[in-house]
Design a protein around this ligand. Structure first.
Ligand code: TYD
Length: 223
């Protein structure tokens, strides 16, 4: 059963819930984020939907550089640092204020993406990138990470042409991304739920709701 990951503030201070969606290309994260947001709002939860990279002013500029800059691609280390910079800004300006206001925050990608793409697939080392992510976030971790798992050849086939630089990487790169995501989930089963993203959209949405219902139930229990 997922357990809340943040130190809880004083009993009268509002405290939200932080849920990250992760997965490879074409896993359907944004569809599922929006479905979950709608379901939560129907139950009167305050919901903030956000994403990485790019959901701040600085982040929008970084996103352009990271995904669409023409010319030679950034070196792997530069790429990792730029994703970390986006995350630091995102956590400080969007995620922490929303959590402090008591919202359920749904983010489309978070630290596991850097660990899987830069640490695993780019081979910078998962421990080093996890440490960088921890610095960037001030140690903030999701209460639950929903991994939408899909074979990369299935996910990539959902697009006619690659949209950006990362998507254009070869299949082996995306295979390494997938293995890294699965390793992260296996190493922290209490904080992750792995959902088969090749299923029908509604079936995936139901599995997501079941995991989040369990989390909400736990969060309501007195500490
Ligand atoms: P985006 O258009 O947001 O696509 P997606 O729908 O796949 O989330 O593109 C984000 C791309 O950036 C995606 O290929 C994954 C990659 N990425 C990293 O390599 N490291 C990271 O830390 C993050 C957040 C994303």
């Amino acid at each position: 059963m997922p357990q809340p990951r943040q130190a809880r503030p004083a009993a009268d201070a509002p405290t939200g819930l932080f849920i990250a969606f992760e997965g490879g290309e074409g896993a359907g994260k944004s569809t599922q984020v929006h479905r979950l947001a709608q379901w939560l709002r129907e139950q009167d939860h305050e919901v903030v939907v956000t994403f990485e990279p790019g959901d701040t002013k600085l982040g929008r500029a970084l996103r352009e550089v990271l995904l669409h800059l023409e010319g030679p691609r950034p070196t792997p280390v530069a790429e990792a640092l730029l994703f970390a910079a986006d995350r630091a800004e995102h956590v400080a300006r969007v995620v922490r204020p929303a959590l402090a206001a008591g919202a359920v925050v749904l983010t489309d990608r978070f630290s596991d993406s850097s660990i899987a793409y830069q640490g695993g697939a780019r081979r910078l080392g998962t421990a080093r990138i996890a440490e960088l992510a921890s610095w960037a976030t001030g140690g903030l971790r999701p209460d639950l990470t929903v991994l939408l798992d899909l074979p990369p050849r299935v996910g990539l086939a959902r697009f006619a042409t690659p949209h950006d630089r990362l998507e254009s990487e070869p299949l082996q790169f995306h295979d390494r991304v997938r293995s890294s995501f699965l390793e992260l989930a296996a190493a922290d089963p209490a904080g992750h739920v792995v959902i088969d993203a090749s299923a029908e959209v509604e079936q995936v949405a139901q599995a997501v709701r079941a995991a989040v219902e369990a989390l909400l139930h736990d969060a309501r229990q007195p500490l």
